[in-house]
Write a protein that binds this ligand. Structure first.
Ligand code: SAM
Ligand code: FES
Length: 451
């Protein structure tokens, strides 16, 4: 029995620039349109939408296949989606004008495509060409740098409702020839549109990168721009074994960007952490290195009886206090300036939080910190560590392995660690039971209960 009335496969294959593909012909945007149409026609739960790779019919893309009938649509455009949704998915009547039912031609095209693909791969191999997958990894810095520079220049805000290259260059204080090159690259990346020399933001940059938008994430993303320079020292850091000292003074906005960057992730993770750990029996929380206070704020909002203390470095706590005040939870959340590695932590906490902290410290520092936390906990109190946790041989997940290098270039002894390491440190510090919770996303939670 089919679990769904219809199952739609949309080819979203991307190919090297210049080669025809469904993605290059707009299939990714069709996905959103289809999803909205499914919702609008009340078909959620009846229609399953699945992306798929190349079906060998790339010149005729975007290709969309509907099962159980096995109807193949080709050259589907955004304007066709309402009709496909209403007629085919709503009334079970396929849209004849878009159907491709010349099976022999389809088979021939697909077989020819597979043959061409094999021949091209063999020719590249014979010629000793570097595989495209590796080329792309090597050039990965280019789009990243383009977006970060645009954010540093606050270019998306300057684009506003639409402006010329000269107008934008004047607003951001840039050379107009260079600004035009940057703007054109952003158009090529799909972040801007250009019509008759006028640039406009596409929907996502308009929402996430411009000053008047409530969802503006520019401050937090500027932290990524700040750590760009550290990554440039990776080669030297690998030779030396730890971060290369950055002799330039940090600009005053560095800490603000850093905490805004942390808040970007923490705001979306905090509800998951509260739900996973629960608030039952939790009266006092110590949030070490609480940053923007997002986790304490979420706990406080989940239970009016709960009290949280955030301990963070003196240069951060004024920012922490302003986040806490803005959330309106000053009565439940207090903020203390100090160094968690040296200063007294206090006593009698039911829960101690270490969110995105342990990766900054060496094994020895973490072991000592866990012992001190154990002494600060009430009987049966818990320590919760949230971090990017490596698999046992430390070769993945990819993000955790790359993040380890982020700590190599940024700290003297930090790294990503494995569950085995965290569990051993907790057990050695006197925690009886250590449980792992995989939150959706790149980080996991390990909670140990005081023995
Ligand atoms: C990566 S951020 C994480 C912030 C927050 N826990 C979160 O997940 O959003 C690390 C935080 O730890 C603070 N921190 C680093 N070393 C510290 C120390 N020795 N004592 C207190 N806080 C520290 C930093 O200032 C920063 O706010
Ligand atoms: S890229 Fe979609 S069929 Fe080939």
């Amino acid at each position: 029995m089919e679990p769904f009335r219809f199952h739609l496969f949309v080819c979203t294959q991307q190919k090297p620039e210049g080669a025809p593909s469904c993605a290059a012909q707009g299939s990714l945007a069709l996905l959103d349109d289809l999803d909205r149409a499914i919702e609008a026609h009340g078909l959620r739960g009846q229609v399953q939408l699945t992306t798929c790779g190349c079906m060998g019919l790339c010149e005729e893309g975007p290709v969309l296949v509907v099962y159980p009938e096995g109807v193949w649509y080709r050259r589907v455009q955004a304007a066709d989606i309402p009709e496909i949704a209403a007629r085919h998915l709503g009334q079970g009547q396929p849209v004849e004008r878009l159907i491709w039912n010349d099976a022999a031609a389809m088979r021939a095209l697909s077989a020819g495509h597979a043959e061409k693909f094999r021949a091209a791969a063999a020719a590249r191999d014979r010629a000793g060409v570097l595989p495209e997958r590796i080329e792309q990894m090597i050039r990965g810095y280019m789009p990243s740098r383009v977006i970060l520079t645009a954010l540093e220049l606050d270019l998306f805000t300057a684009v506003g409702a639409g402006a010329s290259a000269e107008g934008i260059a004047a607003k951001i204080g840039a050379d107009s020839r260079a600004a035009a090159m940057l703007l054109n690259a952003l158009v090529a990346l799909g972040l801007l549109a250009k019509n008759n020399g006028i640039y406009t933001n596409t929907p996502e940059p308009a929402r996430f990168f411009t000053q008047d938008s409530k969802d503006n994430q520019r401050d937090g993303l500027l932290h990524t721009a700040d750590i760009w320079s550290r990554w440039s020292t990776l080669t030297e850091a690998v030779r030396r074994g730890s971060a290369v000292a950055d002799r330039r003074a940090r600009p005053p906005e560095w800490t603000r960007n850093f905490i805004a960057g942390m808040n970007r992730n923490a705001k979306s993770r905090a509800p998951l952490v509260v739900k996973t750990l629960g608030v039952e029996g939790v009266r006092r929380i110590l949030d070490l290195g609480g940053g923007s206070g997002a986790y304490s704020i979420a706990f406080a909002q989940a239970s009016p009886d709960l009290r949280c203390e955030i301990l963070d470095l003196p240069e951060v706590t004024p920012l922490t206090s302003s986040y806490v005040s803005r959330a309106g939870v000053d009565a439940q959340v207090t903020v203390r300036a100090g160094d968690m590695l040296r200063d007294e932590l206090g006593y009698g906490y039911d829960l101690v939080l270490l969110n995105a902290i342990c990766h900054s410290f060496s094994e020895q520092q973490n072991r000592e910190l866990f012992r001190r936390i154990r002494r600060a906990l009430a009987p049966k109190g818990r320590l919760a560590v949230q971090d990017f946790i490596l698999n046992p041989d430390k070769t993945g997940p990819v993000f955790a392995a790359l993040f380890s290098l982020n700590m190599l270039v940024g700290t003297s002894g930090g790294a990503s660690y494995s569950e085995l390491e965290y569990s051993a440190w907790m057990k050695d510090a006197g925690f009886a039971e250590v449980r792992r919770y995989d939150l959706s996303g790149p980080s996991s939670l390990l909670a140990g209960q005081a023995a």
